[in-house]
Design a protein around this ligand. Structure first.
Ligand code: ATP
Length: 428
């Protein structure tokens, strides 16, 4: 660092089709700008000369098609230039998708042909699925399309909190710092960061989300033609593989992009060859994708929750509210026997019903839990309802029967029905 505490600056020259890979320092943000030339960050063009500020720990790349010079603070964890990237193959995929969108747009709106590409990105953890999804969406948005982003990754989702699956139309290239705008995503709460807890519930929510999107597409030729990009979990063995097939089927994907795994690719080719309208395409993983261990993942999840309440740079002020126990009805989904043993035929074992709504007693165990606020007006709508947002339980006063919670904004909750999973957060 230079004298005075502010880090020294440096300039990095990028040749055409190369990228600058950066890991921002753990405890300081990074300022940089495009001095000349043109460059993009995961598909979104950098503005010329404006300073951009990247938060600590962020990992990203600045790619240039024709050459660029970057001016940046010299205080990163790492930064280096790579001239071998799979970007040309990625942009070729984009070009093919673009052709299909144009064909869909030109078809009359009541035929199958008016459906644009439904792309699903699959691969092991840290293969760059989210990043590729983002590039494809931003490149499409840049050309005026409004594709739908569907994120089925309950571990490290990029639309909303962990534990959720969600969809959002993308009408502008995605901001490299802010990410996907949180305006009006369609969110379903699963409640856990691994599907093994309740795979049936995961499947039901995926179906529900697909159904709603199908309805929206039916009435909107523009989003229909733009199609969707679906990001998936990095869990690809056993149950994970079954869930991938389930997602491909449920969303009627027409393009399966497989990142960095021969085996998965050939397995998918094998089972999907009976569907002639599905293309399975193998793509190379970028050498820039950073592996994240479970500790980093946990801290990224926690960071997402902080961001939801406090904003990316602590720029939001969440509201603390107090409710009576009797004002709120909390459920968890799944578990508990279906029927009391006494009601079962002799010899039958009570089984846990994965889709049962189990009422939750309010007690101190709820402290620090993050609950989803359902849009349901009636109890029987809960399972199929998306969620309006989240609250974080900060205090439970048993004698006075009061519950204190934090919400992004004040005012009444849109419903008294709250959903509980295993999502917790502790302010650090
Ligand atoms: P998971 O399934 O585990 O969520 P993923 O396959 O979706 O992971 P990404 O989230 O796309 O992987 O990438 C992992 C990390 O690597 C991210 O922080 C991303 O910003 C970073 N990254 C991706 N590509 C590059 C690159 N070319 N240079 C530098 N960093 C990159």
């Amino acid at each position: 660092a230079a004298a005075g505490g502010s880090p020294a600056m440096k300039q990095v020259k990028l040749e055409k089709e190369s990228e600058l890979r950066i890991e921002v320092s753990v405890n300081a943000s990074l300022r940089l700008r495009l001095l000349n030339g043109t460059a993009e960050i995961f598909g979104t063009e950098m503005p010329p000369e404006n300073w951009l500020i990247f938060p600590p720990k962020m990992k990203f790349a600045i790619f240039t098609w024709y050459g660029a010079t970057i001016e940046m603070q010299d205080n990163t964890e790492t930064d280096y230039v790579a001239d071998e990237t799979p970007m040309v193959s990625y942009v070729n995929v984009h070009a093919v998708l673009e052709g299909r969108r144009n064909r869909a747009k030109a078809s009359s709106s009541d035929t199958d042909a008016s459906q644009g590409p439904r792309v699903i990105v699959v691969g092991p953890t840290d293969s760059g699925k989210s990043t590729l999804s983002r590039m494809l969406l931003s490149w499409a948005a840049k050309q005026g399309w409004k594709p739908t982003f569907v994120d089925l990754d309950i571990g490290q989702g990029s639309i909303t909190l962990p534990g959720c699956i969600a969809a959002s139309p993308i009408d502008m290239p995605i901001d490299p710092v802010e990410g996907i705008p949180l305006e009006m995503p369609l969110v379903y709460f699963y409640g856990h960061n691994t599907p093994t807890v309740n795979a049936d519930l995961y499947r039901v929510l995926v179906k529900e989300l697909a159904l709603i999107l199908e309805r929206q597409f039916a009435g909107n030729a523009e989003s229909r033609a733009a199609g969707m990009v679906i990001n998936t979990m990095g869990f690809i063995d056993g149950l994970g593989y079954d869930l991938l097939l389930h997602a491909i089927d449920t969303f009627q994907a027409t393009v399966v992009l497989v990142l960095g795994q021969e085996k998965l690719c050939s397995m998918l080719r094998d089972v999907l060859k009976r569907k002639p309208n599905v293309d399975v395409v193998k793509l190379q993983r970028s050498g820039g994708v950073v592996s994240r261990n479970s500790k980093f993942r946990a801290s990224a999840r926690s960071q997402r929750i902080r961001e939801y309440f406090y904003g990316l740079s602590n720029d939001l002020s969440p509201h603390s509210s107090i409710a009576n126990f009797s004002d709120l009805v909390i459920y968890k989904i799944g578990g508990g026997p279906q029927a009391p043993a006494s009601a079962l035929p002799i010899g039958a074992q009570p089984v846990a019903d994965p889709m049962r709504l189990v009422p939750v007693n309010i007690n101190r165990d709820l402290l620090n839990l993050v609950l989803a606020v359902s849009f349901a007006k009636e109890q029987d709508q809960i399972l199929s309802s998306n969620v309006a947002g989240f609250i974080w339980i900060t205090d439970i006063d048993i004698p006075r029967k009061k519950i204190t919670y934090l919400a992004p904004s004040g005012g009444e909750l849109p419903s008294k029905f709250l959903l509980m999973g295993s999502l917790t957060w502790i302010e650090t």
